[in-house]
Write a protein that binds this ligand. Structure first.
Ligand code: UTP
Length: 296
């Protein structure tokens, strides 16, 4: 993968209230998904797309996040002395992935506010925003396609996925027009968490964005919206509706494997799916799962 100039921003400063008390002293992005914290999957996805510079927006529990991406000489020395090359490689991987930077959000005033905190680091260049709530299977590269679309259209690109109408109220939802490419739509409007009746489509925003830096100036004046939070969707709605020199907004429709880790049941499903697919764990887990399910 050629090196990419685009920087990635990973907001990890939310309160994670759905996972309390696990998130009392730890950000939800650090919850393990099988044997890696969710955020490491996201950083690996960024580096797989050629990104080398990652900014993590941190909240009150920043220490275990930054420690995770640091080297741990004592632990590495012990594993080296034991000759355990496999575990040593696993420990070292998280500190060798990319140039990781941190900035504090201050107060958790919403995703839009967290993204605005990236302004000084990102400057006047396009950048990717990646949420740890959504894990994208490495076999279905989404970010690379989004960066390509951003480069060819010189526009903001968001990831969309068809969701069940009964779940649409949990997402930002897009009004779209076709582009002639089945996998790409023009986004003409966005609404955050509409009711099933008011949803303009069944295309929901999932947690990957390639944003034009114009979004910063809009976020500066975006008022708190749904839930009293400064919503990224509200700022993108302005870019989508304007269709001016700023390039508008396009959606890449993702049809690959996505694992939702944002709420408890989906998080458990993500762990089971990912573990049963793994070469080192699946053979033992799958027959057990079948027996377990048969007894339910
Ligand atoms: P969510 O709304 O899913 O996260 O934000 P939350 O508020 O932490 O979770 P719950 O609902 O209380 O359980 C989506 C993403 O935006 C980040 C979160 O860390 C998550 O990755 N976020 C949200 C921030 O970084 N700052 C905020 O102020 C809000």
């Amino acid at each position: 993968m050629p090196e990419n100039r685009i920087k990635a921003v990973i907001p990890a400063a939310g309160l994670g209230t759905r996972f309390l008390p696990a998130t009392k002293a730890m950000p939800k992005e650090m919850l393990p998904v099988v044997d890696k914290p969710a955020i490491q999957y996201v950083v690996e996805e960024a580096t797989d797309a050629g990104i080398r510079d990652v900014l993590i927006i941190i909240g009150r529990n920043k220490n275990n996040l930054s420690n995770h991406f640091d080297s741990v000489p004592e632990l590495e020395e012990k594993l080296r002395a034991k000759g355990d090359a496999d575990k040593l490689a696993r420990v070292q991987k998280s500190s060798d992935l990319a140039d990781i930077h941190f900035v504090r959000q201050g107060e958790p005033k919403g995703l839009g506010h967290a993204v605005l905190r990236a302004r000084a680091h990102v400057g006047d260049s396009p950048f990717a925003v990646m949420l740890g709530d959504d894990l994208i299977d490495e076999r279905d590269p989404l970010l690379t396609k989004m960066i390509d679309e951003h480069e060819s259209r010189q526009a903001t690109v968001i990831a969309l996925m068809e969701v069940d109408p009964d779940h649409i109220h949990m997402y930002g939802v897009a009004t779209v027009e076709p582009t002639g490419d089945d996998d790409v739509v023009k986004v003409t409007g966005l609404v955050e968490k509409p009711s099933k009746e008011d949803a303009p489509s069944n295309l929901a925003i999932i947690g990957r964005y390639v944003l034009s830096p114009d979004v910063f100036e809009i976020l500066e004046r975006t008022e708190p919206g749904k839930g009293g939070e400064i919503q990224l969707t509200d700022a993108l709605e302005e870019l989508a509706a304007a269709d001016d020199a700023r390039g508008g907004v396009y959606g890449v429709v993702f049809r690959g494997r996505r694992y939702d880790t944002g709420d408890r049941v989906d998080y458990i499903k993500a762990i089971v799916q990912l573990a049963s697919d793994r070469d080192d764990l699946g053979a033992e887990l799958r027959p057990w799962l079948k027996d377990f399910a048969a007894d339910l």
